[in-house]
Design a protein around this ligand. Structure first.
Ligand code: HEC
Ligand code: HEC
Length: 376
C-alpha cells in the first residue's frame, strides 16, 4: 500500500509532463520516452551549400545527391557521427575505428576488422576516398549509394552490432545532437535515414586530388616526378604493365568502378571461389570471384591489399600481376588476353618503377586534412 501511494504522485508528475509537452506547439514525438526541452527558435537553419574544392586532375563534375545535397551543417554533423562511438551497441566503436584517416580511411594495417563482440569480418576494410564518384559500394557492390551504405555497419552483427532504435534514442537524448540535426535538416525527430544522410554528406567530402602525381601535372607547380616514377607511370598506362585497363576511368580516379576477376585464385569450378564477391549479390555464376576495382589513391597507406588483405606490400601486388595471375573460365577478358602465362613478366626495374609510381599517389594533405579529423 505504501509503495502504491508513493508511485501515484510520481505517475501524476509524469503524466503532467507529457501533457505539458503536448500543449507546446512542438510537433516532436520522441519514441524514446520523455522529451528534452530545446529552444528550437534560437537555431539558425539557413542552409549553406558545402563548397566542394575543384582539383584539376579529378573529374570537374562532383556528383552530389540531389535528395541529400551536402551542406556545411550536414557535413559537420556527419563528421561527428562518423567519429562518435555512440552509434555502436556498447559505445566503443565508431566508423573511424575501422576507417582511420592516417591509413587512407582503412583499418590500421589489418587484413580483417574486429567488431564490438571481438569477431572478425571476412573482408578488408575499404579506403574511403573519392567515393562521391563511386556508384556501387562495397567490394561486391551490394550498396547502391553512400546513403544506403551508411545504414549498414550500425546493425551489422560483426561490426557495430546495435539496433537503430537504440542508436536513434541515444541521439534523441543528446541536446547537442538534437540541435545539430535541426540545424542540418530542420528536423526535431531524428530517424536512421537522417543519420545516414549526414554521414554520406561527410563521406562525399573525402576527396583526394593533391598527391605528388596531381601536382606534377600542374604547370608551374614546381613538383616533378623522378625518372623512375615517370617511367612507372608510362608503363602503368601502356601494354608493358597494362594496369590502366581497370585502374583508370575519367579524371584520374584510378578505377573504372567496374567488377572484375583479376586472376587471384585458381579454382576447379566457378562455385569454388572462397568469396564469391559480386556473384553473392547477383547470384550469377559468371560473377563469382568478381570484385570492384578499388582506387589506387593513397595505396601506399592502405596495406594489406585485395578484398581479403592477402598481399602485405605493393611489391607483392605487382609480383601477382607480373608472375602469378591465375586463369579461370571467368577471368576478365583483359586478364585472359594480356596477362597470359602467369602475367606481364616485368623486369625487376619495371616492377620497382610501378611501385615507385603508385607511391606518387600518396596525398599527405588528404591524410592530414583537419576538416576530415575527429571533431572530439
Ligand atoms: C568493424 C569495422 C568497420 C566498421 C566499424 C565500419 N566499417 Fe566500413 N567497412 C568495413 C569493411 C570490412 C568494409 C568492406 C566490406 C565489404 O565489402 O563487404 C567496409 C566498407 C565500407 C564502405 C564501402 C567503401 C567502398 O569503396 O565501397 C564505406 C563507404 C564504409 N565502409 C563506411 C563506413 C561507415 C560510414 C561506418 C560507420 C557507420 C563504417 N564504415 C563502419 C569495416 C568497418
Ligand atoms: C582486369 C582488371 C585489372 C587489371 C588489368 C589490374 N587490376 Fe588491380 N585490381 C583489380 C581488381 C578487380 C582489384 C580488386 C580485386 C580483389 O580484391 O579481389 C584490384 C586490386 C588492386 C590493388 C589492391 C587495392 C586495394 O585497395 O587493396 C592494387 C594495388 C592493384 N590492383 C594494382 C594494380 C596494378 C599495379 C596493375 C597493373 C600491373 C593492376 N592492378 C592491373 C583490377 C585490375
Amino acid at each position: 500500500m505504501k509503495t502504491i501511494n508513493s508511485i501515484i504522485p510520481i505517475l501524476f508528475v509524469f503524466l503532467i509532463s507529457i501533457v505539458a509537452c503536448n500543449c507546446d506547439d512542438d510537433p516532436t514525438s520522441n519514441p524514446c520516452g520523455e522529451d528534452i526541452q530545446i529552444e528550437w527558435q534560437s537555431i539558425d537553419t539557413t542552409k549553406q551549400a558545402y563548397p566542394f574544392p575543384q582539383y584539376p586532375t579529378l573529374p570537374q563534375t562532383i556528383p552530389n545527391n540531389p535528395d541529400n545535397p551536402a551542406t556545411i551543417a550536414g557535413v559537420e554533423l556527419g563528421r561527428r557521427l562518423f567519429y562518435d562511438p555512440i552509434l555502436s551497441g556498447d559505445s566503443t566503436q565508431s566508423c573511424a575505428s575501422c576507417h582511420a584517416q592516417g591509413f587512407g580511411f582503412t583499418d590500421n594495417l589489418k587484413a580483417f576488422s574486429t567488431g564490438i563482440d571481438g569477431i572478425n569480418g571476412r573482408r578488408n576494410a575499404m579506403a574511403l576516398i573519392n567515393l562521391t564518384w563511386v556508384p556501387r559500394l562495397f567490394w561486391d557492390g551490394r550498396a547502391t549509394g553512400l546513403e544506403d551504405q551508411a545504414l549498414r555497419p550500425v546493425t551489422d552483427p560483426i561490426e557495430m552490432h546495435n539496433t537503430w532504435e537504440n542508436a536513434v534514442c541515444d541521439l534523441m537524448s543528446s541536446p547537442d545532437y538534437r540541435q545539430r540535426f535541426y540545424k542540418a535538416f530542420g528536423i526535431k525527430t531524428i530517424t536512421k535515414e537522417d543519420v545516414a544522410n549526414a554521414i554520406a554528406q561527410f563521406e562525399r567530402t573525402l576527396i583526394s586530388g593533391t598527391a605528388r602525381y596531381d601536382l606534377a601535372t600542374i604547370p608551374g607547380s614546381g613538383v616533378f616526378l623522378t625518372e623512375q616514377e615517370y617511367y612507372g607511370y608510362s608503363i602503368f598506362f601502356n601494354e608493358v604493365a597494362d594496369c590502366f585497363h581497370c585502374h583508370t576511368g575519367s579524371g584520374s580516379l584510378f578505377t573504372d568502378n567496374q567488377f572484375h576477376n583479376n586472376g587471384l585464385d585458381s579454382v576447379a569450378t566457378l562455385n569454388d571461389y572462397p568469396d564469391k564477391g559480386l556473384g553473392e549479390v547477383t547470384k550469377e555464376l559468371q560473377d563469382n570471384g568478381y570484385f570492384r576495382t578499388p582506387t589506387l589513391r593513397n595505396i601506399e597507406l592502405t596495406a594489406p591489399y585485395m578484398h581479403d588483405g592477402r598481399f602485405q606490400t605493393l611489391e607483392e601486388v605487382v609480383d601477382h600481376y607480373s608472375d602469378h595471375v591465375k586463369q579461370a573460365e571467368n577471368v576478365d577478358p583483359t586478364i585472359k588476353v594480356f596477362f597470359k602465362d602467369g602475367g606481364k613478366h616485368l623486369s625487376p626495374d619495371d616492377k620497382a618503377a610501378v611501385v615507385a609510381f603508385l607511391k606518387t599517389l600518396t596525398d599527405t594533405a588528404f591524410v592530414n586534412n583537419p576538416a576530415f579529423k575527429s571533431p572530439f
